[in-house]
Design a protein around this ligand. Structure first.
Ligand SMILES: [Zn+2]
Ligand SMILES: [Zn+2]
Length: 296
């Protein structure tokens, strides 16, 4: 389990991310102020109290902690956790949780919400999660998620009126405000690069989390084989997002953080480099590449 989550504050107003993400090992990012985590990794203790899990796909490094999440919530007498997941995974995940209950000898309550592209889920009255398809290989149903806020604003044609005049209009039954959607945080999970402007609101998310699994020049074929992003793909992605901050996840253990930083500097335009962050870029982390067997 990731004992030591990476903590990052990005965007203005700032969004606080708490997570751990290494390809083929574990990926989970929590946003405590939104009560949401993206993927669940091995269900790190610090994120168990978040009530919404947005599972992108079924690969073990993203999904392993599901049964533990519900079991631990039950154990801590803190029911109510919900997992949003691709609808193709609904039946197998439910079977898995029930089988696990047979192993454990006790069924922890669980709630699974099957999602497909275009579905939206209401976290609370003014906060929504929208799902969209992401490309991660034909065999792998995969969704990305966007969290957005709905704010009510005064209709522009009423801007010149005084407070009492607006109240009077409202009392007569006039609609004095309109709803506007403010995209906050988007998470692509494992996904090849695609045009973010094809998904409503996505290009305007204040914070975008996207994978960058490979950074070494000779790892392009690995990226293609696993339907992952290579650092040289990033300019195409960045051209389709107006995000203030782009947080990169899922870097392989095959490459060290120093290599990743150098590759970003070499590949990205200065304006993009200034808004790109590596989730796991912690000064105290080892710079040494370590052997790995796969990059799920
Ligand atoms: Zn994957
Ligand atoms: Zn993965």
């Amino acid at each position: 389990m990731a004992e030591n989550l990476s903590s990052l504050e990005v965007g203005d107003p700032p969004v606080h991310l708490l997570g751990y993400s290494v390809a083929g090992e574990e990926s989970v990012v929590g946003v405590p102020e939104l009560d949401v985590m993206f993927d669940i990794g091995k269900a790190p203790r610090q994120l168990l109290s978040l009530n919404h899990v947005c599972l992108t796909h079924g690969h073990m490094d993203h999904a392993a902690g599901l049964a533990y999440y519900f079991w631990q919530r039950d154990f801590q007498d803190n029911p109510g956790g919900r997992v949003l997941l691709p609808r193709e995974l609904h039946a197998p995940v439910e079977r898995m949780l029930r089988d696990w209950a047979a192993v454990e000898g006790h069924l922890a309550p669980f709630e699974l919400l099957p999602m497909q592209s275009g579905d939206r889920y209401e976290v609370r009255r003014d906060l929504f999660i929208q799902a969209f398809d992401v490309p991660h290989g034909r065999q792998v149903p995969a969704l990305g998620y966007l969290v957005y806020e709905v704010r009510r604003k005064l209709r522009p044609e009423l801007a010149g009126l005084t407070g009492p005049e607006i109240v009077a209009l409202k009392n007569k039954g006039a609609e004095v405000t309109f709803a506007t959607e403010v995209p906050l945080v988007a998470y692509l999970g494992d996904s090849q690069v695609f045009d973010l402007t094809t998904v409503p609101l996505l290009a305007d998310a204040r914070v975008l989390m996207a994978e960058c699994t490979f950074v070494d020049a000779d790892h392009v074929s690995r990226a293609r084989a696993g339907c992952h992003v290579h650092v040289t793909d990033l300019p195409r992605l960045l051209a389709t997002t107006r995000a203030q901050a782009v947080v990169l996840t899922h870097l392989t253990r095959r490459s060290g953080m120093l290599t990743a930083r150098r590759a970003l500097k070499k590949t990205l335009a200065p304006a993009d480099l200034a808004r790109v962050h590596l989730l796991m870029d912690r000064k105290h982390k080892s710079e040494d590449p370590q052997p790995a067997s796969g990059d799920e």
